[in-house]
Design a protein around this ligand. Structure first.
Ligand SMILES: [Zn+2]
Ligand SMILES: [Zn+2]
Ligand SMILES: [Zn+2]
Length: 392
């Protein structure tokens, strides 16, 4: 017990019957930090849950989110975003989620305040109902003189799921003699009302810096899993478990030029995908010295040995469009050329963005029918919204 608490408890004992109000104020001072913490924790969860229900990006699994991110990237057509996504997919994904949360909560509509207010409101109601049910449980106990102590037992028990308010912190006031337990109840209601007013004013000016656990962190946790990238093309392992057993695997490998791969001894970028190269007699360079056949890529050691690259010639139209659309930027970035073995097929340049995006839907793990239905429910507003988002 702090000296200040001790003094207050002493005061409460000395004042006798008139001290019930002081008692209520003391108890509310104890409730305040716990309530504040509960409001922020609850709000963070509420926001994450609300967004998972409301935004198609967050309604499915990570594979679905990835398709949404690819769609966003194509719509933005900003090479810097692509570069960031290809190199640090996890970081990009987290930042994407954070941006969406910020846009949703901190734009002109005061969403954050609405979430905080409604969370405070339901916690306040819980505390209020704990006050009345504790009073009901104790007031007729004529057999006991330590009614206040009983009342506090009941009050803390009722709130265990709601707030962290240890009964032991309230030892100092438990010996208070209160005959009129109903008066205690109304004094508490009044003190709680003041506390609520005070917190509401405080919350009105708060932003995400007040949260100990950010809403976007909670939302991002839902999309965790393995983030290993294919050592050739950078595609992200699709396993939903972090540190999973067995090899890393992806459904679609990408043209290796995305990561800057070049044919041994040349500056010609590799436009082929890993899953077709593993069926050929072709080789790749390891550490600029050793030549290793794609067929026996595991011999290149870690991280190659931890990947299971199944033969599959199918390449998503998306990456054909991307390579052809950003060829100049890719050549400059990696100091390579789309020439010779790296010559981009003419057909790659004929895809329109719209074709590429519908192709993405076809491959998407979230079935096209479902996606279309969902998208028609949230018509153009969602796409306008997407366009408005600017990542950092
Ligand atoms: Zn809540
Ligand atoms: Zn690959
Ligand atoms: Zn993996």
């Amino acid at each position: 017990m702090s000296l200040e608490d001790f003094f207050q408890c002493f005061q409460i004992s000395c004042q006798g019957a008139t001290s019930i109000t002081t008692f209520a104020v003391f108890l509310c001072d104890k409730i305040e930090p716990a309530l504040r913490r509960a409001v922020y924790e609850g709000t963070a969860k509420d926001i994450a849950e609300d967004m998972r229900g409301r935004f198609p990006d967050f309604q499915g699994n990570r594979a679905n989110l990835e398709v949404c991110i690819l769609r966003y990237l194509a719509e933005q057509e900003n090479f810097e975003y692509f570069k960031w996504y290809l190199r640090s997919p996890k970081q990009f994904c987290e930042s994407y989620i954070e941006t969406r949360v910020r846009n949703y909560c901190l734009d002109g509509s005061r969403m954050l305040w609405m979430f905080l207010d409604s969370c405070l409101d339901h916690l306040y109601r819980n505390i209020l109902s704990a006050v009345s049910s504790s009073t009901r449980a104790v007031k007729d106990r004529k057999d006991r003189k330590d009614k206040v102590s009983l009342w506090l037992d009941e009050f803390c028990r009722q709130l265990t799921e709601v707030l962290s308010l240890p009964r032991s912190d309230l030892k100092g006031i438990e010996h208070q003699e209160v005959t009129d337990i109903e008066f205690l109840s109304s004094a508490m209601a009044e003190a709680l009302d003041d506390l609520r007013e005070r917190l509401m004013k405080e919350l009105a000016s708060s932003d995400f810096s007040s949260f100990s656990r950010q809403p976007h962190t909670i939302l991002a946790e839902h999309f965790s899993g393995c983030w290993a990238q294919c050592p050739f093309c950078g595609a992200v392992c699709t396993n939903t478990m972090q540190n999973h057993d067995g090899d890393h695997q992806v459904v679609f490998h990408r043209p290796q030029a995305l990561m800057g791969a070049m044919w041994p001894g040349t500056d010609q970028l590799v436009i082929d995908i890993c899953s077709s190269l593993v069926t050929t007699k072709l080789k790749f360079t390891l550490d600029n010295t050793k030549l290793i056949p794609y067929k026996r890529y595991r011999e290149a050691g870690h991280p190659y040995s931890t990947w299971n690259i199944l033969p599959d010639p199918s390449m998503q139209a998306y990456w054909k469009w991307f390579v052809s659309h950003f060829r100049t930027q890719l050549e400059a970035l990696y100091n390579g050329k789309f020439q010779g073995k790296g010559e981009i097929p003419e057909a790659w340049g004929s895809f329109t963005k719209q074709e590429v995006l519908s192709d993405l839907d076809k491959y998407s793990p979230c079935p096209q029918k479902r996606r279309n239905k969902r998208c028609s429910k949230i018509p153009t507003a969602f796409y306008d919204f997407l366009h408005k988002i600017k990542l950092r």
